[in-house]
Design a protein around this ligand. Structure first.
Ligand code: NDP
Length: 618
C-alpha cells in the first residue's frame, strides 16, 4: 500500500471520517485504483481450475453414499430440475394448485441445494432467517435465531419437501444430460447420467448459478501431499466435529484457509478455535460489518399475526429497492446501505456523487471497525478493504476479525503476488515465504456461471430440433426470463432477464408462483402448451436493455472478483434493472390481463409445428 496516497485520503485525524464534507473523493478514488491494479491478473477468470477431471474428487459428495437404481422410462406431468429453494417452492405451489405428476431431480443426495452442499463449520445465512427461509407460516416453523445455522436451513428444506409430499417421485444423485421437445407428443424427452430416458409435459429448471466449486489454478496444487478439500464438501472425517464446532482432530494440525469471501468469514473463527496453527491466505479483504445475531424472542414470535412473513419479506425488498415504506421491519446491515447496493443490483438510482459519499462514509466506518478490534497494527492494515462497498459481496461477522487476535492465527496477505504463488509437497508459498501445513482448505467459491441450460452443459433442443443456445446466438431471449419462443413448456427460474435481489429466495418465490400460474392456466384452458410469441419475447428483450442501469463504469473501478468478471469485463444487461418490486408488480398485471398470450391453442400449435418443420427441411 502506498502510504502517501493513503495519507492524502486520511485528511481527518486517525482514519475515522464520518463527516462526509471532509472526504477527498479524488484521493480516495486513487487509493481504490491502486488497490485494484495490485490485484488485476491478465488471466482473469482463466486463473481458476474447475473441480472436474483430475480435480473431480474436490466436488465429490461427502454426505450421501451413491445408491444404485434402475433407469426410469415413464412419463410425468412436470419435471423440476433442482431441489433447492427454487425447485421446492415451485413443487409446493404446484401441489397447492392441485397439479399432479410432479418429479423433482437433483445431483445432490437430498433436497436443499446450496444448503445441501455447504455444511462447513460456522455456515449460516447472512440474510435474516425470517425473510430468507421460505414458507415458514405454511410449514408452522419459526427459526430459532435471527441468522439461522446452515443445518437449520437445510432441515427446513427437508420440512418443505415432506410437508408438500415432494419426496414421492424424486430422482436424486441424477443429472439431466439432454432435453428434446417433440411437437407430436407435446412433451420433452429427458435423458440423464443414470441412463434414464423419460418424458415430461413441462420442464422447470431451477438449477442454481453458484454450484460448481472452483479452485485457484495454483502451480503445484496437485503436488501437495497434505490433506485438502473445498469448503462446500467439508471433510468432517478429517477435522472431527460438526457445523457448530468440536473440530478436535485439528488440535495437532497446521491448517491453511485460502479465501476470505463470505465463506472464509464464517469458517475462520471456528477453525481458529481448534487448529494448532491457522494461516489465513487473503488476496482481497472482505468488508466485515456488525452481525448482531440473537435467539428468536418467543414473545415477538407469538405476536406475529397471520401473513406476517409475506409482509416482512415485501418490506425488506421494498427498503432495498428504495421504495417508500412507513417502517423498515428488518433493520440490519443490509437495510443500512440500500442506495449502495443499488449501484450494482437494481431499483431506483439517485445522484451518484451523493451515493459515492455515502459509500465512503460506510467504508470508513468498516475500516475503523478493523482498528477497533484487531490488535496487531500490520494485520489490521492488511484486513482493511479499500474499494467501493458493492465491489464484493458485503460481509458480516462478530467473530472473524477477533480471530486474528489469537496467538495461533496468522494472516498472510497475498495481494502483491496476485494470490498464492505455488504449492509444494508440504507447503503453501507466497512470494519467497514458505508456510508448512498439514491441511489446506479452499474457501475459494464457485464458478459464477449460469444454469446448465444457459451454459450449455444441459443441451436443449426445441421445436424443429433447434438448439436453445443457437436460438440465443446473439444473446439470451426470453419473455420475463421464464420462457423462449420455440421452446414450449420449458420454464426457467433464475435472475436472467428477471429480477435480482440479495434475498434471492424471495425472488425465487415470485418466480415459482408465476410458473405455477402459467401451468395452472394451461391445464384449465386445455392449451396445447405454454410458449411466448416471438413478438412478445422481442419486446421484453428490448425492455430489459432499454431500462438497463449501466454498471460498467462502477465495475471498472473495482478490485477484481466474480462480480466484474475478475476485472476484465462488466456484467450488465442480465437482469431487469428497475428492480424486483417493479418487476413483481409487472408480473401481477401481466397475469391478470395477458396470460392468454402464452397459452397456445391446438390450431396455433399445429401451425407452429408446421412452420418449424418447413424451416428445418428448407
Ligand atoms: P468468493 O468467490 O466470494 O470468495 C473466494 C475467495 O477466494 C476470495 O477471497 C478470493 O480472493 C479468494 N481466492 C481465490 N483465488 C485465490 C488465490 N489464488 N489465492 C488466494 N486467494 C484466492 O467465494 P465464497 O464461497 O466466499 O462466496 C461465494 C458466494 O456464496 C458469495 O458471494 C455469496 O453469494 C454466497 N454465500 C452466501 C452466504 C450467505 O450467508 N448467504 C454465505 C457464504 C457464501 P479475491 O477476493 O481476491 O478474488
Amino acid at each position: 500500500m502506498d502510504n502517501d496516497v493513503r495519507l492524502a485520503v486520511l485528511i481527518d485525524e486517525g482514519n475515522i471520517m464520518t463527516d462526509e464534507h471532509t472526504i477527498d473523493l479524488d484521493a480516495l478514488r486513487d487509493v481504490y485504483r491502486h488497490e485494484r491494479d495490485r490485484r488485476i491478473r491478465p488471466d482473469g477468470a482463466r486463473q481458476y481450475a474447475r473441480t472436474a477431471g483430475e480435480f473431480g474428487y474436490y466436488a465429490k459428495d461427502p454426505y450421501t453414499d451413491r445408491t444404485e437404481r434402475e433407469p426410469v422410462g415413464d412419463r410425468v406431468n412436470v419435471l423440476i430440475i433442482g431441489a433447492g429453494f427454487g425447485g421446492l417452492q415451485t413443487g409446493a405451489f404446484l401441489r397447492e394448485a392441485g397439479i399432479d405428476g410432479i418429479r423433482m431431480m437433483d445431483e445432490a443426495g437430498d433436497v436443499g441445494g446450496t444448503w445441501y452442499w455447504n455444511r462447513y463449520p460456522g455456515v449460516r445465512c447472512d440474510i435474516e432467517s425470517y425473510v430468507y427461509m421460505p414458507l415458514l407460516e405454511e410449514t408452522g416453523f419459526m427459526p430459532t435465531e435471527r441468522y439461522a445455522t446452515g443445518e437449520e436451513i437445510r432441515q427446513h428444506a427437508v420440512r418443505i419437501a415432506k410437508h408438500y409430499d415432494l419426496y414421492r417421485d424424486t430422482l436424486f444423485q441424477t443429472r439431466a444430460t439432454s432435453l428434446t421437445w417433440s411437437d407430436e407428443g407435446a412433451e420433452w424427452t429427458v435423458t440423464t447420467d443414470r441412463g434414464d430416458e423419460f418424458r415430461a409435459r413441462f420442464v422447470v429448471t431451477s438449477s442454481g448459478t453458484l454450484t460448481q466449486p472452483k479452485l485457484p489454478g495454483i502451480e503445484g496444487i496437485d503436488a501437495f501431499r497434505g490433506h485438502t478439500f473445498h469448503t462446500s464438501r467439508w471433510d468432517y472425517g478429517y477435522t472431527g466435529g460438526d457445523q457448530t464446532g468440536g473440530l478436535e482432530k485439528l488440535r495437532d494440525k497446521r491448517v491453511g484457509v485460502v479465501g476470505t469471501g463470505a465463506t472464509g468469514l464464517q469458517v475462520v473463527p471456528l477453525v481458529a478455535e481448534y487448529a494448532k496453527e491457522l494461516v489465513v491466505f487473503q488476496r482481497t479483504p472482505s468488508t466485515v460489518d456488525v452481525r448482531d445475531n440473537r435467539p428468536t424472542d418467543p414473545n415477538w414470535a407469538a405476536e406475529q399475526k397471520p401473513g406476517w412473513q409475506r409482509e416482512r419479506m415485501d418490506n425488506f425488498l421494498e427498503v432495498l429497492a428504495g421504495d417508500p415504506v412507513e417502517e423498515s421491519l428488518v433493520t440490519d446491515g443490509w437495510t443500512k446501505t440500500p442506495s449502495l447496493q443499488r449501484e450494482i443490483l437494481s431499483g431506483s438510482f439517485g445522484d451518484s456523487t451523493d451515493t459515492e459519499l455515502d459509500d465512503a462514509v460506510t467504508m470508513n466506518r468498516i475500516r475503523a471497525r478493523v482498528d477497533e478490534i484487531v490488535e496487531d497494527v500490520p494485520t489490521a492494515e492488511a484486513l482493511k478493504p479499500w474499494y467501493r462497498y458493492m465491489c464484493k459481496r458485503p460481509g458480516f461477522s462478530d467473530t472473524y476479525l477477533q480471530a486474528f487476535n489469537r496467538p495461533n492465527v496468522t494472516l498472510v496477505d497475498t495481494a502483491d503476488h496476485h494470490g498464492i504463488t505455488r504449492m509444494t509437497e508440504n507447503a503453501v508459498v507466497v512470494g519467497d515465504e514458505e508456510h508448512e501445513l498439514d491441511c489446506v482448505i479452499f474457501a475459494t467459491g464457485f464458478d459464477a456461471g449460469v444454469s446448465g441450460v444457459v451454459s450449455g452443459t444441459l443441451p436443449v433442443a426445441g421445436r424443429g430440433g433447434r438448439q436453445l443456445l443457437e436460438a440465443w446466438g446473439r444473446g439470451p431471449r426470453t419473455l420475463h426470463g421464464f420462457s423462449t419462443h420455440g421452446f414450449p413448456n420449458l420454464l426457467q427460474l433464475g435472475a436472467l432477464q428477471n429480477a435480482n435481489s440479495v434475498n434471492f429466495v424471495h425472488v425465487l418465490q415470485e418466480q415459482a408462483s408465476h410458473i405455477t400460474a402459467m401451468i395452472a392456466a394451461a391445464e384449465r384452458s386445455g392449451a396445447a402448451w405454454v410458449e411466448p410469441t416471438a413478438e412478445a419475447e422481442e419486446a421484453w428483450v428490448r425492455e430489459v436493455f432499454a431500462t438497463a442501469h449501466d454498471t460498467a463504469a462502477f465495475q471498472a473501478e473495482c478490485t477484481p472478483g466474480y462480480y466484474n468478471g475478475e476485472g476484465t469485463a462488466a456484467i450488465t444487461g442480465m437482469t431487469y434493472s428497475p428492480g424486483p418490486v417493479a418487476f413483481h408488480r409487472l408480473l401481477r398485471e401481466w397475469r391478470e390481463t395477458r396470460m392468454h398470450e402464452v397459452l397456445v391453442t391446438d390450431e396455433q400449435a399445429y401451425a407452429l409445428a408446421q412452420g418449424a418443420y418447413a424451416e428445418a427441411t428448407a
